[in-house]
Write a protein that binds this ligand. Structure first.
Ligand SMILES: C[S@@+](CC[C@H](N)C(=O)[O-])C[C@H]1O[C@@H](n2cnc3c(N)ncnc32)[C@H](O)[C@@H]1O
Length: 258
């Protein structure tokens, strides 16, 4: 049966790649590499650098595929994502049938870790459900952007004994700071932190984490908001793209203990 490896590669530093991932890369016949257009060329380049550094098996080859773009104009976010996943499902199915022998091993190099805001595993289940091709899946864990953020700021993610929410920029205002006192916001194209006016909130922000362009800013949200907005806009203009993430936090260790 075909085997699909879903390999977490970390968030931009080739040194994030684990030994387990290196062994998995070298066990693959084909590495599937998404291309996302010129703006995200740096991301494709990180994957290529990982392959250059670590893949020593001369029988392993790379196959590029064009990742479709989600229709952001669809008024229904869910339908937009569903249609996008359906298009990727068809591409995966073709890749498996055309590029892998019946006992071949293919691998996806997933940014960060496949369990965090990534749909590779979800889409693989759609391919399986579609029934045209059989395969088994193995996942190799990677360093996530949340870990890279906390490492860059030298902070633990949680306050002692307290929960942490992981959410998107789109939904941050639903929870922080009323329902959640610690929220990690990812995929934030609208800078949702800027609309939060709690005077006690702290922010730990990071962009291009793990890469040579890494930027981090932290402090009281109201005091740092403007600096982050300006830094982010400048960096985005310079590189043509940005990936950023932040932890918003209110409170301290032990402040709700009797
Ligand atoms: C589609 S999600 C993928 C997350 C990934 N699977 C992970 O484990 O981190 C993309 C989001 O992750 C965050 N992200 C990923 N890599 C990052 C990096 N190097 N620096 C800052 N944020 C990053 C950003 O919030 C970005 O919008």
């Amino acid at each position: 049966m075909r085997r699909i490896l879903v390999i977490g590669i970390g968030t931009g530093n080739p040194e994030h790649v684990t030994i387990e991932a290196i062994n998995a890369l070298n066990s693959a016949d084909v590495l599937f590499i998404p291309t996302k257009g010129a703006k995200k060329a740096d991301l494709a380049e990180t994957r290529r650098e990982i392959i250059r550094r670590y893949v020593t098996n001369s029988a392993t080859r790379s196959v590029d595929y064009q990742l479709p773009v989600r229709n952001a104009a669809d008024p229904s976010y869910q339908r937009g994502v569903d249609d996008w996943h359906a298009a990727i499902t068809r591409i995966y199915q073709d890749l498996f049938l055309n590029e892998l022998g019946e006992d071949g091993t293919g691998a996806f190099l997933v940014w960060g870790d496949p369990m965090l805001y990534d749909s590779t595993l979800r889409i693989l289940e759609r391919v399986r459900a579609a029934g045209g091709v059989e395969f088994e899946v193995r996942v190799i864990a990677g360093i996530t952007s949340i870990q890279a953020l906390c490492a860059a700021h030298r902070i633990p993610l949680n306050l002692v004994g307290k929960p942490v929410e992981i959410t998107t920029g789109r939904r941050l205002a639903e929870s922080f700071p009323e329902k959640s006192r610690a929220s990690v916001a990812m995929l934030d194209g609208e800078q949702a932190f800027a609309k939060i006016d709690d005077p006690e909130a702290e922010i730990f922000w990071g962009a291009y984490l793990g890469s040579e362009h890494e930027i981090v800013i932290s402090g009281n949200l109201q005091e740092k908001k403007q600096e982050i907005l300006e830094t982010r806009a400048r960096a985005r203009a310079e590189h043509g793209w940005i990936m950023d993430i932040y932890l918003l936090r209110k409170g301290a260790d032990f402040d709700d203990e009797a």
